[in-house]
Design a binder for this molecule. Structure first.
Ligand code: NOJ
Length: 503
């Protein structure tokens, strides 16, 4: 049996608001994504994941869904989504949507019904506790903004649970009708042909009503989350085409994270977020690789991510261009499915967002959500010169058009890495061994069916010597130097290489 496509794929995350605006309202849209499909094929990614595109009052920029089965008018229409999907598929690109199962918007018709009266048939689709306005049922705090995870609703004199903003009431997955309705929302998109879903905070969904009491640290019973994930998996498995479920399971212990793959009957993939929190340092990364290799040993498969829409970009975190280039070699050379965040292939840094322009309900995530600059014109390829957030730094030179022109750019490095990875079974599907290297250097050996590669990453901003046994050719170098020539054992400052055996 051949490997499912998502094991060897590179997934490219698009934050639709920030990708490309074609209507002039300062907000990116589906048509903007469609127009850039050929560019993404040129770059060489395999799949796109769109952060939520559903109708939303945008209290959390789409992670507050008011209708799971339609498209937000700011982004376009259902027809636009169908067209995008068709045109992506015609180019061999898969498309993943971002399903938000833990909470809806407070404007979702389900919540409007639920809050209308205590005996409404949908009352129990959310988590309500009767009480008095002075004291929330438990001391639980929301993830953001700072404050209780409960909001008082005067009409029915009860509290509802919201582990994120008050505009994002938690859905009650212990109710079978809610579960059936949510599974139907998956079928709606699967029937239209989407290739799978990224699933928002999906480890939270196993609500156990008996835990909604002081003394518990939250309402989630992991055993229930696992059971719901098995139900979700059965829906995906009912379709042909290896539809994939990728879990945002925000658990930083890889061993526990891996349990959310079940016995190949829960999620297919789960994000390992450790690299977005740890420093760029060889010892640290060696440890992270070893931990993931053991927690996600075959038949499991790891994921890797350096940047996303919730954390400062890794170029900003690491502070050096060279380190961002070396990190690209690491991300596309390590065993697992990599997730790229749109803009990292440009080496983008976070925008500086002055307090009066802050949009994010958490307050800290706007910088990495800055709009993508397509060219050096005043509007940088956007229909409006005034996008919803300020442009990132160096926008006149660090934009898609300028970097496509410059073969030494980081954009071309990503393109060469993606091409090398696609062509090499060792890189996109092989097993991995970490070899000893000098201080500050990580050495990975990859192998599949006789195909071999070595990935060497120098984390130090100084030269390191790392002689390789045998004769190796530099296939890709993070600084572009020496590609196609024999490897001489020297790693440039912040230098990283992919090597192939001479024969
Ligand atoms: C995780 C998402 O990545 C984040 O952007 C969002 O704010 C929360 N989940 C709540 O949906």
């Amino acid at each position: 049996m051949s490997d499912p496509w998502w094991r060897s794929a590179v997934v490219y995350q698009i934050y639709p608001r920030s990708f490309c605006d074609t209507t002039g309202n300062g907000i990116g849209d589906l048509e903007g994504i469609r127009r850039k499909l050929d560019h993404l094929v040129w770059l060489g990614v395999d799949a796109l994941w769109l952060s939520p595109i559903f109708p939303s009052p945008m209290a959390d920029h789409g992670y507050d869904v008011a209708d799971y089965c339609d498209v937000e008018p700011l982004f376009g229409s259902l027809e636009d989504l169908d067209r995008l999907l068709d045109e992506a598929h015609a180019r061999g690109l898969r498309l993943l949507l971002d399903w938000v199962p833990n909470h809806s918007s407070d404007r979702h018709p389900w919540f409007l019904e639920s809050r209308a009266s205590r005996d409404n048939p949908k009352r129990d689709w959310y988590v309500w506790v009767d009480g008095t306005p002075e004291t929330p049922p438990t001391p639980w705090q929301a993830v953001f903004p700072a404050g209780p995870a409960w909001a008082w609703d005067e009409r029915t004199r009860a509290w509802y649970l919201h582990r994120f903003t008050p505009e994002q009431p938690d859905l009650n997955w212990s109710n079978p009708d809610l579960r059936a309705a949510m599974l139907d929302t998956l079928r709606f998109w699967l029937d239209r042909g989407v290739d799978g879903f990224r699933m928002d905070v999906v480890h939270f969904i196993g609500i156990d009503p008996s835990r909604i009491a002081p003394g518990f640290d939250g309402p989630t019973d992991p055993a229930r989350s696992h059971a719901h994930l098995r139900e979700i998996r059965r829906v995906l498995d009912g379709y042909t085409g290896d539809r994939v479920g990728v879990g945002e399971v925000y658990i930083l212990e890889p061993e526990e994270l891996a349990t959310y793959l079940g016995h190949d009957d829960e999620l297919h993939l789960a994000f390992n977020f450790r690299p977005v929190w740890v420093p760029w340092d060889a010892k640290t990364y060696a440890r992270e690789i070893d931990r993931a290799e053991s927690a996600f040993a075959e038949p499991r498969w790891p994921t890797w991510v350096l940047s996303n829409h919730d954390r400062p970009r890794h170029r900003t975190r690491f502070g050096r261009d060279g380190a961002a280039r070396a990190a690209a070699v690491w991300l596309l050379g390590v065993r697992g499915t990599p997730f790229l965040y749109a803009g990292e292939e440009l080496g983008l840094q976070d925008a500086a967002v002055p307090p009066e322009l802050v949009q994010d309900p958490m307050g800290s995530r706007d910088g990495c959500r800055a709009p993508l600059p397509w060219d050096a014109t005043p509007g940088h390829g956007w229909a409006s010169p005034e996008p919803w957030l300020p442009w990132p730094p160096e926008v006149d030179t660090r934009n898609v058009a300028a970097l496509r022109e410059d073969e030494t750019s980081i954009l071309h490095l990503y393109r060469r890495l993606l091409a090398a990875r696609r062509a090499s079974p060792a890189l996109h599907a092989g097993r991995q061994r970490r070899l000893d290297g000098p201080d500050d250097v990580i050495v990975l050996e990859r192998e599949r069916d006789g195909d071999r590669r070595r990935v060497l990453v120098n984390f130090a901003p100084e030269t390191r010597r790392c002689p390789a046994d045998g004769d190796w050719i530099v296939e890709v170098a993070s600084d572009g130097v020496g590609e196609g020539a024999a490897f001489d054992g020297r790693l440039a400052p912040d230098g990283a290489v992919v090597l192939r055996p001479e024969r």
